[in-house]
Ligand binder design. Sequence first.
Ligand code: ADP
Length: 274
Amino acid sequence: MSADSTPTNPAKETSNPAVDGSELIRFDKVTKRFGSNTVLDGLDFSVASGKHVTLIGPSGSGKTTILRLLMTLMKPDEGTIKVNGDYLTHEQKNGKLVPAGEKHTREVRKNIGMVFQQFNLFPNMKVLRNIMEAPVHVLGLSKDEAEERARELLDLVGLGDRCDAYPTQLSGGQQQRVAIARALAMRPQVLLLDEVTSALDPELVAGVLDVLRDIAHSTDITMLCVTHEMNFARDISDQVLMFDSGRVIESGSPEKIFGEPDHERTREFLSAVL
Ligand code: ADP
């Protein structure tokens, strides 16, 4: 079964290409195996730009694999992935589609930012430099421009007063908010969120989710989110995809999936996690 989050008649709500409803991500018959374990099985789905799509489903159903494929941390065994109309996994050479080289992949991947479960900040750098590093070295921004951007983003995540702290001087929740600012500093078109609160102490979860809610509601960014936080998913999602064994078994609005799911498996899953 395939799921398609692209509206059948995508409304052109704005002239900004980042939110014009066009297809930003497309998986076409993507299969991923680890040995004899077929983790994704001919998966088709797409995400329209500006939308917030949440992947839910039991542990091991392939959700994180989708994000890792998009970050090119692994390659599909079959099928293609496109980002913003460009192949991520392949490139055209002499009129033929061939596996993408590193340079091509790097270019396409610039559109994608990811926040991981573990915050992965550079421990030897102050918060401000953690955020400035990639914009300076990858995008070629001047230090002044990168610093201005970093300060704005730290304000956005509520940490404008912690520019000079080292990561170890911050709580896990604060570190994750820095990691969110760091991902946004690259101005990606799509933000991938992989269970970003699951490594946090319970009392720190709400602060991180509030920041993400703000970003979802106040920016144009497309979000693809794996989470077990069902209330958060309900709040921010335009569409929820329910995975089971590497397939989308059901997809729809949060009202539909959380309120009146069609599939027995979805009902079982939700009653276990809600
Ligand atoms: P989810 O995010 O839904 O919990 P994952 O995408 O992390 O699921 O994993 C799906 C399946 O792929 C699991 O069975 C997992 O053990 C397997 N898997 C994921 N990454 C690897 C890997 N690098 N090597 C071998 N198996 C893996």
